[in-house]
Ligand binder design. Structure first.
Ligand code: TLP
Length: 345
C-alpha cells in the first residue's frame, strides 16, 4: 500500500549527504568541549539566529526545559500562550524540573497581545509568585504552523522586557517562519533572550536541537543540559547531520509550504471537513472534521495516509521533504474519499 506520512515533519529521514557526513565526522568528547563537529555546529547555529553562543541538545523538549531551568528559580511563574508546546506536550516538565507554575494566556492563532502579557506579569507582593519568563512559539504548532507578525513579536518582547521578564522563543520551526516572512531567522530571534530550534523536523536531521543566547547565559544552559542528562560524548556523529541541515536544507522549506497550500486548496469544499487555506502560513494544514478526529485519522491510516490527531474534531497534516507534490495529490484524493464516507481509490 502506498504510504504518505503527514503526521509530522519529525518523521523525515536523513539525506544521503547527511549519512555521508555522519560516517566521516571528526569527533571528540563533547563534555570536554573537544568535539570539533559539535563546536562547528554550535558556532554556525548561533550565528544563524544572531546569538553569541549555542549549545547542542538531543531534543527540542530538552532544550525548552533547559531554557526554563536556566531562566527561572523554583516557585517562579512563567507566562506561555495557552496552546504552547511547553504547556501541552512536554509532560509537565517545567513543573517537575524547574518547579515553576505556568500562566497560560489566551492568544490568537498562537500570537499573544502585548497588553495581556503586561497585565499578567505579577507586581511585587509577598502573596504572588515572581514572573520571570515569557515563552513564545514561532511557528506555532497547535495553531497550525502560524507565523507571528514581526511587529507583534517586537511589541510582546518589548512588553515582557519592560516588565522585567526574560523572553524564551520556542522556535522549533523558526526557519519555516523565516522563509514565510522572507527574513533571516536572526531577525525573528532578535528581541528574545534565548531561542531553541530543531534540526530534526523540516530540516531533516535525525536528532538534535539548538539552544542559543548570550555567551554567559549559554554557559548556564550547558549546566542545565548536564543536569538533564543531555551532555553527550562523541556527538559529532549526529552534529554532522545538523551541519548539513543548516547549510543545505533551509531554503527548500519553501517547497513544503507550497505543498501545504496545495493540499489545503484541494481540500476546500469537500463535505465532512473544513479547511482554511488562508491560515496555512507554513508547512501545516489543520482540518476540522465532522466525524470524530480519532476515527477519521484511523480511517485514513487504514488507507495509507498518516495524519495527526489534535483534538476531538481536529486533524493535523504536516508537509516535509519526504512528501512530494504527487504524494500530496494522492493524499488529497484519499482524504476526500474518507471525508465523503466513501472508499478511497
Ligand atoms: N512537536 C512534535 C510533537 O511533540 C507534538 C510535533 O510532531 O510537532 N516545540 C515545538 C513547537 C514542537 O512542535 C516540538 C515537537 C518541540 C518543541 C519538541 O521537540 P522534540 O520532539 O525534539 O522534543
Amino acid at each position: 500500500m502506498r504510504v504518505v506520512d503527514l503526521r509530522s515533519d519529525t518523521v523525515t529521514s536523513p539525506t544521503a549527504d547527511m549519512r555521508r557526513a555522519m560516517a566521516g565526522a571528526e569527533v571528540g568528547d563533547d563534555v570536554y568541549g573537544e568535539d570539533p563537529t559539535v563546536n562547528a555546529l554550535e558556532e554556525l547555529a548561533a550565528s544563524m539566529v544572531g546569538k553569541e553562543a549555542a549549545v547542542f541538545l538531543p531534543s527540542g523538549t530538552m532544550a525548552n526545559q533547559a531554557a526554563v531551568l536556566t531562566h527561572t528559580a523554583r516557585g517562579d511563574e512563567i507566562i506561555v500562550e495557552a496552546d504552547a508546546h511547553i504547556y501541552w506536550y512536554e509532560a509537565g516538565g517545567v513543573a517537575l524540573l524547574a518547579g515553576v507554575q505556568v500562566w497560560p494566556l489566551p492568544g490568537c492563532r498562537g500570537v499573544l497581545d502585548p497588553e495581556t502579557v503586561k497585565a499578567a506579569v505579577r507586581p511585587a507582593n509577598i502573596h504572588f509568585p515572581r514572573t520571570s519568563l515569557v515563552c513564545l512559539e514561532n511557528t506555532h504548532n497547535r495553531a497550525g504552523g502560524a507565523v507571528w507578525p514581526l511587529d507583534r513579536l517586537d511589541a510582546v518582547t518589548g512588553a515582557a522586557h519592560a516588565a522585567g521578564c526574560a523572553v524564551h522563543l520556542d522556535g522549533a520551526r523558526i526557519f519555516n517562519a523565516a522563509i514565510a516572512l522572507g527574513v533571516p531567522a536572526a531577525r525573528i530571534a532578535d528581541g528574545c533572550d534565548s531561542v531553541m530550534f530543531c534540526l530534526s523536523k523540516g530540516l531533516g536531521a535525525p536528532v538534535g536541537s539548538i539552544l542559543a543566547g548570550s555567551r554567559p547565559w549559554v554557559v548556564q544552559a550547558r549546566r542545565a543540559r548536564k543536569v538533564l542528562g543531555g551532555a553527550m560524548r562523541q556527538a559529532g556523529v549526529i552534529a554532522a547531520a545538523g551541519l548539513v541541515a543548516l547549510r543545505d536544507m533551509v531554503d527548500r522549506l519553501a517547497e513544503d509550504h507550497m505543498h501545504a497550500r496545495r493540499l489545503a486548496d484541494a481540500l476546500v469544499g469537500i463535505p465532512g471537513i473544513t479547511v482554511r487555506p488562508d491560515e496555512v502560513d507554513t508547512n501545516m494544514v489543520m482540518l476540522a472534521t465532522r466525524r470524530p478526529a480519532a476515527e477519521f485519522c484511523s480511517a485514513l491510516a487504514a488507507r495509507g495516509v498518516r495524519t495527526g490527531f489534535m483534538d476531538a474534531n481536529r486533524v493535523r497534516l504536516v508537509t516535509h521533504k519526504d512528501v512530494s507534490a504527487d504524494d500530496v495529490d494522492h493524499a488529497t484524493s484519499v482524504i476526500a474519499a474518507v471525508a465523503r464516507g466513501g472508499r478511497s481509490p
